[in-house]
Design a protein around this ligand. Sequence first.
Ligand SMILES: Nc1ncnc2c1ncn2[C@@H]1O[C@H](COP(=O)(O)OP(=O)(O)O)[C@@H](O)[C@H]1O
Ligand SMILES: [Mg+2]
Length: 296
Amino acid sequence: MSRIHEALKKAELERATHGGPEDHVIEQPMPSGMSARMVGSVNADGPLTFEALQARTARVQWNPNLNTMLFFAGSDQAMGKEELRTLRSRLYQMRERKPLKKILITSALPQEGKSFVSANLAQVLVQQRGRRALLIDADMRGPRLHQAFGTAVQPGLAEYLMGEQDEFGVIQQGTMENLFLIPGGRPVTNAPELVSNGRLKNLMARLEPLFDWIIVDSPPAALVSDASVLANFCDGVLMVVRSSVTPSEAARKARMEFTPDQLLGVVLNGIDPKLDSYARAYYPAYGQPEAELKKS
Ligand SMILES: Nc1ncnc2c1ncn2[C@@H]1O[C@H](COP(=O)(O)OP(=O)(O)O)[C@@H](O)[C@H]1O
Ligand SMILES: [Mg+2]
C-alpha cells in the first residue's frame, strides 16, 4: 500500500469512528444537555428584555434640529405641540377599541410632512412618564429622519434587513428618555423585497413587547408600493395630507393602497393659522404651519 493510500485509509477510519469536524460540533453535548447550535439559536430568538436592549444598544449624542423637533429641550417652537397632544389622545382613544401599537405614517407624495409627523409624534408619546416609543425610518429609498435627529443614517433598517446587523447594532438611544430610533440605513432600491424577506416581521415581534408605541415612517404611498407592504406589519395607518398642497387625486390614490380597517385617520399638516379661525383664536402669535388631526 502506498503512503498516500495508507493516509487516506486512516482518515476514513477516523471519520467513521469519531465523525468529521462539523459533526463533532453538532454532536458535542453542552453541559446543559443542549447542542452548541441550539444554544446559539435560543439566544438569538429568545425573548428580549428592555434592560438588555438598553444595555446593548448604542447611546448616541443626537443633535436635533430644534426648529422642527418640537419637544427637545431648547426648542422654543410651541406651534403644533398642542395638535400633537390631541393626536396622541385620539390614538389612546382608538386603542381602547382595538389593539394599536405599531403605526405607519404615510402620505401621497414627498415633502408632505411624513417624517415631521413621525418624529414629533414619537416625541409627544414619550412625554408621558414611563411611555416608551421606537421610531423606525422605513423610507429606505430616501431616508431622512436621521437628519432631523442630527445623527448617522447607518447602520440602520437596511443593514438589519440585509442581515448585516442585529437589532442591537441598529437601534440608537439618544438624548430623549425612552425614545429609540432605527435610522434608514444606506439607501436601497429593492425596499419592498427587503421588507418582505421575513426579517422585519422578526424585528417587530422581538421589539413590540418592549415598547408602548412603534412609529414607522414611510415613503410616499402614491408613488411606490413600500408603504402598503409596510402596512401589513403595522396595526394602523395615519395618512398625512399637506394643507393646500396635496392634490386630491394623489391623496385618493394613496388612500386606495390601504384597506379601510388599516386607515386610522388623516393628519392635516401645514395649516396656515391666519386662514384658520380656530387656530387664530387660540394661537394668535403663531404664523407658521402646524399639524392637526382630522377624523377620516
Ligand atoms: N408642520 C410643519 N411645520 C414646520 N415644518 C414642517 C412641517 N411639516 C413639514 N415640515 C418641513 O417640511 C419639509 C418636508 O417635510 P418631511 O416631513 O421631510 O416630508 P416627507 O417625509 O413627507 O417627505 C421638512 O423640512 C420638514 O421639516
Ligand atoms: Mg420623509
